[in-house]
Design a protein around this ligand. Structure first.
Ligand code: GLN
Length: 470
């Protein structure tokens, strides 16, 4: 309804009723806001009303920042009235994953250990979004410390299923129109996989493209922040704001930022796409494969040249990722010890000791999955095992990257499904970590190789669940 009403928007007074405002994409809303046909306050109020109606069913947010959002919307409105229009994100309501620091607003990383943590500064991406005029409406849910593919939220297409993870709350908020867009973080697929399972767009930028200052670190050589949106153009709008070097994050790149809008239109005949068919056989749901093959047919009817490619080391991506990610996580999570960070378990002074305090704090604060990863990672890094596991994984990582380097000599991009299955029932994989890890088969190698990757909607399965094309 929102989109239909908008087709006349640029010509005349828009026909959008306030009840429809939450449907607007960034691009649609921005056009109206720029023309002063819609105020940031109206839009933000509509989104907050939508949250009131929908949030209790899907649980996308840890915190809804109602007061702050309305205040920011009011000042955006004043600026625009005064003629100071900041650009396409001005007055646009967005959600941010709860691993990302927001000054004065709780940032829990989904963990009871950080339940009361209120950062004293904004992450660089949050600073950038605010400078562009975006309105932060809330902090979105995730499994603790971004570990796992199941967020404690509900998939809007089937409430008994998972929205995926770890940026599941961000995907749900966008899919249910409780935010025009959101930010997530992607260490092994956490932006793309929930985007696919919820039917929205999720982009993991190239390693180093976006600052991670103020992002709670999971695996530092893999983590990237990326947008979740309802359209690819909106993803470009978000990336255009958050890309670029940051003196506070020495891993950011100072490569010039391309014009992301240039490549959104134009002919496809020159495009060469590679499909690694041999890795799409085992463990991939038939319905997912059908949707994928249909997308290939469509692309080929548009003139895209599709050819088979080989990624000979792709079969090692999961074990490689789960050694490197857990090793880095075991180091990054050492700081949550009840002294430097996190709430602390109080002990009886008669028995209290420093090591007992560490032990109790961490034993109570971390859940089973986080403990499993800390143990795996610590083991992979320990003397005597380092060469066999961590070092070997780093070597295989290089081979995985060289597979891609070779493939990109022949094709412009590589296509695969984002997730091997559609959304699975909530909690189903909680007791089967290996099954959960295998769901990352198509997403982790982009992080290992530092490559950009995007998941876009790829139609529905016969039981009406969305699938994603990466
Ligand atoms: N599912 C992957 C994991 O559990 C990815 C997580 C992520 O990207 N944050 O490690």
């Amino acid at each position: 309804a929102g989109a239909a009403a908008l087709s006349s928007a640029s010509k005349a007074v828009p026909q959008v009723s306030t009840a429809d405002l939450h449907y607007l994409s960034i691009s649609e809303a921005a056009e109206l806001i720029r023309n002063k046909q819609l105020s940031p306050l109206e839009l933000t109020q509509a989104i907050l009303d939508r949250i009131d109606q929908v949030e209790h069913k899907v649980l996308a947010f840890v915190t809804v920042a109602k007061v702050e959002a309305l205040e920011a919307a009011r000042s955006a409105q004043e600026e625009i009235i005064k003629g100071h229009y900041r650009g396409p994100l001005h007055g646009i309501p967005v959600g941010v994953k709860d691993t990302t620091y927001t000054k004065g607003i709780k940032s829990t990383a989904g963990s009871p250990l950080l339940a009361d943590f209120i950062p004293t500064y904004d992450a660089t991406v949050v600073t950038q979004m605010k400078a562009a005029g975006a309105i932060l409406v809330g902090k979105t849910r995730l499994p603790a410390f971004s570990m796992g593919g199941d967020t404690p939220s509900h998939n809007p297409w089937d409430l008994s299923r998972t929205p995926g993870g770890s940026s599941g709350g961000s995907a749900v908020a966008v899919a249910t129109e409780m935010a025009a867009a959101s930010l997530g973080s992607d260490t092994g697929g956490s932006v793309r996989q929930p985007a696919a399972l919820c039917g929205v767009v999720g982009l993991k930028p190239t390693y180093g493209r976006v600052s991670r200052y103020g992002l709670l670190a999971f695996a530092s050589s893999l983590d990237q922040i990326g947008p979740l949106t309802r359209t690819v153009t909106d993803a470009a709008r978000m990336l255009a704001v958050i890309a670029g070097p940051d003196p506070s994050d020495s891993t950011t790149s100072d490569e010039p930022i391309p014009n992301y809008f240039k490549s959104l239109t134009g002919k496809l005949d020159d495009l060469r796409i590679g499909v690694p068919r041999s890795i799409l056989i085992e463990g991939v749901d038939d319905k997912v494969l059908q949707a994928f093959d249909k997308a290939l047919e469509t692309l080929s009817s548009l003139g895209v040249k599709i050819r088979e490619i080989e990624l000979p080391h792709a079969q090692y991506a999961i074990p490689t990722y789960y050694l490197i990610a857990t090793a880095e996580a075991s180091s990054n999570l050492a700081r949550y010890d009840g002294v430097r960070y996190t709430s602390r378990v109080d002990l009886d002074p008669k028995v209290a000791s420093l090591s007992l305090m560490y032990e109790k704090t961490r034993a109570q604060g971390f859940g089973a999955e986080v403990k499993r990863r800390i143990m795996l990672g610590t083991y992979a890094l320990s003397a005597g095992y380092y060469d066999a596991y961590y070092l070997k994984a780093q070597q295989v990582r290089t081979l995985i990257k060289s597979d891609y380097d070779a493939a990109f000599k022949e094709v412009d991009s590589i296509l695969m499904p984002t997730s091997p299955t559609p959304a699975f029932p909530l909690g189903k994989r909680a007791h089967d970590p290996l099954e959960m890890y295998l769901a990352d088969v198509f997403t982790v190698s982009a992080n290992l190789a530092g490559l950009p990757a995007i998941s876009v909607p790829c139609g529905f399965t016969s039981d009406r669940l969305p699938t994603g094309l990466q």
